[in-house]
Design a protein around this ligand. Sequence first.
Ligand SMILES: NC(=O)c1ccc[n+]([C@@H]2O[C@H](COP(=O)([O-])OP(=O)(O)OC[C@H]3O[C@@H](n4cnc5c(N)ncnc54)[C@H](OP(=O)(O)O)[C@@H]3O)[C@@H](O)[C@H]2O)c1
Length: 308
Amino acid sequence: MTRARRSPAGPVPPPARLRVGVVGAGRVGSVLGAALAAAGHDVVAASGVSTASAERAARLLPGVPLLPADEVVAASDLVVLAVPDDTLPGLVAGLAGTGAWRRGQLAFHTSGAHGLAVLAPAEERGVLSLALHPAMTFSGGPEDVARLSGTAFGVTSRPEHRAVAETLSLEMGGEPFWVAEDDRALYHAALVTGANHLVTLVAEAADLLRAAGVDSPARVLGPLLTAALDNGLRRGDAGLTGPVSRGDVGTVAGHLATLAERAPDAVGAYVAMARRTTERAAAAGRLKPHEAAPLTELLDAAGQDVPR
Ligand SMILES: NC(=O)c1ccc[n+]([C@@H]2O[C@H](COP(=O)([O-])OP(=O)(O)OC[C@H]3O[C@@H](n4cnc5c(N)ncnc54)[C@H](OP(=O)(O)O)[C@@H]3O)[C@@H](O)[C@H]2O)c1
């Protein structure tokens, strides 16, 4: 948890019907804006210049005017900052430079990677600032609003602002849990490892199945991957099956040979994941040292041949 210090924003205001401004009517901003409207708040303005943002706003925030970001902030009691991670620091500081922030406002950003530090320019102007990250994947469709129900929100806030963070998360259908400022990047790396890399793994597996003549990879992968996910979530490393968990070096060597011939782009990821799987299986006691060693040797040799 961040070290407690008194907020320049002063005492926590009671929950109320708030004028909400959404800076960035993107995949997340438009959905959270719709959720806050459903909770009884007034979404008074949003920003976004691309056609995609304008269309999302029309769909999910009907009737809400699109304005420049500083005007959105000026019109709002609660500002939702839902812009790309790398854009956030410059945006918050830039808004401070225009004098858009004012004492007593609430603001939260939706970045998993950032904590409170990025909001310092707003906080210094008396804005009660929060990091509320929905641990969910959004495409900006109407189904995303329903998906918010029960979504875990990774929250970083000053201790005295926890009640506000909790109320806002619950109002959007989320369930807050607390992430320390210093753990924010690690927290986000964990989610990216699980959710984003999973999509790449699934797409890669589907391509390999197609190359092997399987017409409907999703039919094959759906039940298998669902069961594997369930095993992993419930049992961790103990849920592992497959050649690495059995120490079947010959099978892994065969995979490497056929991938090198028929899907060379897939070798690097296979080697990296098989090596990590070996390390984790050994650490969990699933593989004895004499079983892990030949696998490690094979994968190290194969890794030398992977083009960078
Ligand atoms: N998508 C997810 O699954 C997901 C899940 C959880 C958290 N998040 C976080 O939520 C944040 C937004 O992600 P997203 O996926 O919603 O992004 P997105 O769909 O690309 O939307 C970004 C929005 O920010 C606007 N924007 C871009 N640069 C800007 C700037 N300099 N000033 C003002 N507005 C700007 C864009 O407007 P234009 O369209 O006009 O460029 C767009 O409306 C990120 O921090 C991300 O990490 C995303």
